[in-house]
Design a protein around this ligand. Sequence first.
Ligand SMILES: C[S@@+](CC[C@H](N)C(=O)[O-])C[C@H]1O[C@@H](n2cnc3c(N)ncnc32)[C@H](O)[C@@H]1O
Length: 196
Amino acid sequence: MSHHESFLSRLKDSLFFSWSGLKRHGMVGSVAPSSPWLTREICRRIDYPNALLVVEFGPGSGVFTREILKRLRPDARLVAFELNDEFVHRLQGRITDPRFTCVHAGAETAHEFLQSEGLGDADALISGLPLAYFPEEARTAVLQGAVRLLKPGATMSQFRYFANFGEEFSLYFPEFDMKKVPLNLPAAYVYHGKKA
Ligand SMILES: C[S@@+](CC[C@H](N)C(=O)[O-])C[C@H]1O[C@@H](n2cnc3c(N)ncnc32)[C@H](O)[C@@H]1O
């Protein structure tokens, strides 16, 4: 793809994202896809040479997805869970990498899906879910499921637009750290939590 085509493709993704986001703001939770700086930070803890199963929650237009696939081993799998049917349709149509599966289902069903498919436990989890908009019960279901689907020592990376998530995140991931990413619209905070 030329630079010109890749710019146009990114622009189209952004417009589609904003349009889809405005239509269903509560579910998407932001009006633009994450920046390259946020993408780099949220994907930073993936142990690419060794990871065989990476899970993604809420891929949206696929900015994190593409970055992960660029670096993932040829024999690894990336399984994403997305609720918005327009994003699912678009991702399934545009990302033909055989390592990638986009499941049209809520993140809270991920553990059950991975077990039923015999995929085992995950080496890393990347989440773009707008957890701040979730009712407490739904947030609890997602975070409990996240801990369950990871291998011991594996990391969940989640971003938020406010630095107020530490107390709740630490209930599930007592060992965690947070990085601010100013170059994003709006500035974001990435929480990396390690499963005990
Ligand atoms: C803020 S967007 C993030 C998109 C992309 N990862 C990024 O950073 O640009 C949140 C995404 O989570 C999806 N989503 C919301 N609730 C979900 C759920 N319960 N399970 C899976 N995906 C969900 C939305 O449809 C949307 O695509």
